[in-house]
Structures are given as structure tokens and as C-alpha cells.
Design a binder for this molecule. Structure first.
Ligand SMILES: Cc1cc2nc3c(=O)[nH]c(=O)nc-3n(C[C@H](O)[C@H](O)[C@H](O)COP(=O)(O)OP(=O)(O)OC[C@H]3O[C@@H](n4cnc5c(N)ncnc54)[C@H](O)[C@@H]3O)c2cc1C
Length: 161
């Protein structure tokens, strides 16, 4: 892949938050369950909405695949790119911006884990419960891990509506 893409990504997220090193790409080209492995050219870890938008725009211009990664805990190859491109790891974006009591909603960044939100609600609003369930009761440590992006978008953790 072109070096100009690496430079552009560095310009967007900063040098320390983009990598094309084999060791780091290796971590993002497998998962815990599927046994598959993929191909990847870059990993970026954006820190703001503006940076995400710029990375998405660049990927669109360059016609390179973009794969969002939350905690990377899915078991079925969902974060493994078959065609290379950029993995965009959302872990740095983990702010809980608003908890609105009266209208019962929260505003969070995509990398917030469900566990972080549950802990936040428990501490600040003990009467509120996060409306989330899985196929079976989940151990608390797992809850700490998976992120809100996949919980809402691919609905992998079945938010109760
Ligand atoms: C031991 C174990 C048991 C599990 N048991 C269950 C279970 O009982 N029920 C269940 O439903 N799941 C289960 N899972 C799967 C896993 O917990 C869920 O899929 C969880 O939602 C993964 O969250 P994640 O943050 O790790 O997502 P990731 O694995 O990082 O991503 C999952 C998908 O969401 C996409 N994505 C990531 N971030 C974003 C974003 N910001 N915007 C849009 N898309 C995004 C990814 O590209 C990918 O397609 C289990 C996993 C493990 C390891």
C-alpha cells in the first residue's frame, strides 16, 4: 500500500496512533473464535469524531476497506478484513458525555465498554439499569469488555428496546 496513505493517516491521528508494523497488524488480523486470519495494511486508533471522519473520508477517496474494531471480542471473524485496508480501533474514544435522567438516555462514544457504562450508572444513578442482555447471563469481567459501538450497530448484545 502507498506510503502516502501512511503519511496521511499519521497526519490525522498522530504518529503514535497508526501502525503498519507486522506485529501489530497480526493482533488485528485474527479473533478469539473463528480460527480465520485476514490481511490488513494499517491500524489506526482515533481520539475524536473529527479524526474518525477524516479517516473514513481518506479510505473513501483511496477506495480502501475500513473495518471498525471495538473490543475485538466477537467470535465469528467480524473484525477480520479479507481484503486488507485499515482497522479503526475505537478504544481511545471512551467518554461518557451525558446521562439524561428525565429522558432516560446516555450519550457515549463508540469505544465505551458496556462495563464502564454499567459502573458509571451504578455509581451515579443506582436506580437505573442498563437494558442489555445476552443469550445467557454473562460473567462480569466479560461485561467490562465489549463496547457500545457493536452493542448498538450490529446489535450483538441485544439491547432491549
Ligand atoms: C467468551 C465469549 C462469549 C460470548 N458470548 C456471547 C453471547 O452469549 N451472546 C452474544 O451476542 N455475543 C457473545 N459473544 C460475542 C461478543 O461478546 C459480542 O459480539 C460483543 O458485542 C463484541 O463486542 P466488541 O466490542 O468486542 O466488538 P468487536 O468484536 O470489536 O466488533 C463486533 C462487530 O462490530 C463492528 N464494530 C465495532 N465497532 C463499531 C462501531 N463503532 N460502529 C459500527 N460497527 C462497529 C465490528 O466491525 C464487528 O463487525 C461472546 C464473546 C466471547 C469472547
Amino acid at each position: 500500500m502507498k506510503n502516502s496513505i501512511l503519511r496521511s493517516l499519521q497526519g490525522i491521528v498522530g504518529e503514535e496512533f497508526v501502525s503498519n508494523e507486522a506485529e501489530e497488524l497480526f493482533l488485528y488480523s485474527k479473533d478469539l473464535g473463528s480460527g480465520r486470519s485476514g490481511r490488513l495494511d494499517y491500524v489506526v486508533v482515533p481520539g475524536s469524531v473529527d479524526e474518525v471522519q477524516k479517516v473514513v473520508k481518506l479510505a473513501g477517496q483511496e477506495k480502501i476497506p475500513l473495518t471498525p474494531v471495538g473490543a475485538g471480542l466477537n467470535l465469528s471473524g467480524l473484525t477480520i478484513s479479507a481484503q486488507g485496508g485499515v482497522a479503526i480501533d475505537m478504544k481511545r474514544m471512551d467518554n461518557i458525555s451525558e446521562v439524561n435522567e428525565s429522558s432516560r438516555y446516555v450519550v457515549v462514544e463508540a469505544g465505551v465498554t458496556v462495563g464502564k457504562l454499567i459502573a458509571h450508572l451504578k455509581k451515579n444513578l443506582p436506580n437505573y439499569v442498563f437494558p442489555c442482555r445476552m443469550h445467557r447471563p454473562q460473567p462480569p469481567l466479560r461485561q467490562m469488555q465489549y463496547s457500545m459501538g457493536p452493542a448498538i450497530c450490529p446489535n450483538t448484545v441485544f439491547i432491549r428496546r
